[in-house]
Every structure is written in C-alpha cells, then in structure tokens.
Design a protein around this ligand. Structure first.
Ligand SMILES: [Zn+2]
Length: 172
C-alpha cells in the first residue's frame, strides 16, 4: 500500500515548563534547558533522557534547599528539538517578556558518547567559571577534554541557539 505523506497525521509538538518563582526579582529568569524529544529509532537514553533527568534533579534539589530564589528559575523540557529546535524557538517567540529578562541559560544536551570538548562559545569570562568547574573533574577524565576559550559563539546544534538567536548575548 502506498501512503501519501499528506494523509499522515501531524503530531503537535509541546513543551513542558516548570517554575520556581523568584522572591526578590520574579521578572528576571534563570533558564534550565533540555530537550524532551528523541529520534524515533533510538531509545533517547543519552539524547536526551540524561539531560532531562539532570534538569529535573536540579529543580528538585533547588526546590528543597533553595525554595525562595532571588530570580525565577524556569526549566524548559523542549519538544521537537531534533527537527529544528522547534519547541525552544516557539518558546522564545511566544515569550519575549521572559527572553528580555533572562540572566542565564544552562542547556543540557550532551548527545551520545563521552564529553570530548568544552568551549566558551564567545563568552569572554567563560573560563573563569567553566575552568574552575573543570578542575573538579578527575584528571583521568579531564585529560581527554579539549578546551577552547573564549571560542566562537555557538550557531546551532541545540536549544541554546534559540536563545542566542532571540538576542541573548555573551557577557562583555
Ligand atoms: Zn540532543
């Protein structure tokens, strides 16, 4: 039987958003970001189940030990990243008032395999933070991680790019 692709149902994409409201500056945002979808031929365990779990666990811990943060913390589990960052692009398009007041975006999307590189993506002071964090990684793992600071601004590949394209810029 021949199937005309125009007859196939179109699946709606959706995002799952969680929030811990800020107490002092509720209209400023820190975004935790991880896409929720995967390719249909894969299990999605590492791309991006591990990213989703990392951000869910971060929110659980934050809610428990830091229940009244200064700024609002949002977690975005984006749909349809693999088809073109559609969930996160839709979010930035629908919420310019949030995007205008974002203080930081942490995106978790390691893909498959071990971490092999760490880049500053054009953030001039990225090394001050990432370099310090990297010193906590055991040497037998760290020795295989190639670093590039400040590096070039990221242009795509995961949901962070939706925020960069919406005007979020590296610190200067
Ligand atoms: Zn991914």
């Amino acid at each position: 039987m021949k199937i005309d692709s125009k007859e196939l149902p179109v699946a709606d994409a959706f995002n799952i958003i969680g929030e811990i409201k800020g107490v002092e500056k509720p209209n400023e945002y820190v975004i935790l970001s991880a896409h929720f979808d995967s390719w249909d031929g894969a299990t999605g365990a590492t791309d991006n189940g591990t990213g989703t779990l990392t951000m869910m666990e971060a929110m659980r811990i934050l809610k428990k030990i830091y229940p009244n943060p200064k700024r609002t913390i949002l977690v975005g589990h984006w749909g349809s990243e693999e088809q073109g960052l559609n969930g996160s692009r839709g979010f930035v398009e629908d919420h310019p008032e949030i995007v205008a007041n974002i203080q930081a975006v942490f995106n978790q999307d390691n893909g498959t395999g071990r971490v092999t590189s760490l880049q500053g993506q054009g953030f001039l002071h990225a090394y001050d933070y990432l370099g310090r964090w990297l010193t906590k990684v055991p040497q037998h793992i760290r020795q295989y991680i190639e670093t590039s600071f400040p590096g070039q601004p990221g242009t795509g590949g995961s949901d962070f790019a939706s925020f960069v394209m919406a005007g979020l810029r590296p610190f200067h």
